[in-house]
Unconditional design. Structure first.
Length: 189
């Protein structure tokens, strides 16, 4: 029997990321987990309107999405606890820039994506930003034949229901393949 939980969003765990932007001329990073794929080439993210980073994204029209590994859990959590208005969080990392020249990225993160802002949706409590991924950078040691191996990335995952950080499990199958046996053996009407 199923138990009713109320209107709870259980679309977790999600990757925890560090979003980078220039705010008032300085690089800043914020920890976020409400990040997703808007279409295959774009990233969407919902950020509460009170965050310091929002104005920087709006002003510059660019941002970065940096995927930390579990080794960066404390630094990542800290970036979600402290406002860039009061602390220079950029001092915590080695920063680099890519083709956009103004989306700060974190060298210590195994994966970095620089994005160009394409849409901003103004919700009552949140700004929803959508950005086109312009370039992606990866540490060579997380690649297998030029493809990102997420087991090697060891991404930091977040679940709101228990407010916990999680790790990635193991790969259990191949998408668009594992169901082929059922498709082939489907009874014909």
């Amino acid at each position: 029997m199923k138990k009713q939980l109320g209107a709870k969003n259980c679309l977790y765990p999600l990757p925890t990321v560090l979003v980078g932007a220039h705010v008032n001329g300085k690089p800043n990073f914020i920890a976020m987990a409400h990040v997703g794929i808007a279409d295959p080439g774009s990233i969407s993210m919902g950020m509460a309107k009170n965050h310091y980073t929002n104005q920087g994204i709006k002003d510059s029209g660019t941002f970065s999405v940096n995927i930390p590994n579990t080794k960066l859990m404390k630094l990542t959590d800290y970036c979600g606890l402290v406002s860039g208005k009061k602390e220079d969080k950029a001092k915590l990392f080695k920063i680099f820039y890519g083709v956009l020249k103004n989306a700060p990225m974190i060298e210590e993160c195994p994966i970095n994506m620089e994005c160009e802002l394409t849409h901003t949706f103004d919700f009552e409590s949140h700004d929803i930003f959508v950005g086109k991924v312009v370039e992606t950078y990866s540490d060579e040691d997380v690649l297998d034949g030029g493809v990102v191996n997420f087991a090697k990335v060891d991404p930091l995952l977040f679940a709101m229901n228990d407010r916990g950080y999680w790790t990635l499990g193991r790969r259990i199958g191949s998408a668009w393949s594992v169901g082929m046996e059922l498709k082939r053996n489907k009874p014909q009407p």
